[in-house]
Design a protein around this ligand. Sequence first.
Ligand SMILES: CC(C)(COP(=O)(O)OP(=O)(O)OC[C@H]1O[C@@H](n2cnc3c(N)ncnc32)[C@H](O)[C@@H]1OP(=O)(O)O)[C@@H](O)C(=O)NCCC(=O)NCCS
Length: 134
Amino acid sequence: MTEEHKIEERNPGQRQLTVRVLAMPADTNPSGHIFGGWLMSQVDIAGSIIACQIADARVATVAVHDFQFEKPVHVGDLVSCYAEIERTGRTSIRVRVEVFAERDRNPHTVGRVAVASITYVGLDEDSRPKVLKK
Ligand SMILES: CC(C)(COP(=O)(O)OP(=O)(O)OC[C@H]1O[C@@H](n2cnc3c(N)ncnc32)[C@H](O)[C@@H]1OP(=O)(O)O)[C@@H](O)C(=O)NCCC(=O)NCCS
């Protein structure tokens, strides 16, 4: 069983797979490895999807509290971002995102490559913070 499958079983209904994407040659830095900014972008998207569900509105990223790159991502890796709510405030939603990479399209080589914690704010029609429904 892969680590990715264990994660889904550990937190059924809480942690959501919100982004799944293949790392492409165009996403590399000058050293030929996957660019960290590309991964940050995927994580931001992954967290925003679950934040939008909670806000029932569009959201803005207001703060990145923590972002750890634990292992490199390679071209051809299948990258999966799992998002879960850490906490909610009056208008803000803090989301933890864990990123796993499947190397060489081999489901037996899944490992965690990054983890992040990001705060989003739900926005109303005037792009002002929207109070979350409890
Ligand atoms: C999101 C935005 C509309 C919020 O407006 P604001 O006047 O700062 O609103 P507030 O001060 O009422 O803060 C709103 C919430 O964000 C939280 N917040 C603000 N800054 C924060 C920070 N640095 N870390 C954690 N939470 C923060 C506040 O605690 C508040 O949460 P709560 O309502 O749950 O208590 C405004 O900050 C903004 O437009 N930021 C730019 C967003 C953006 O463009 N993101 C993409 C960047 S490329």
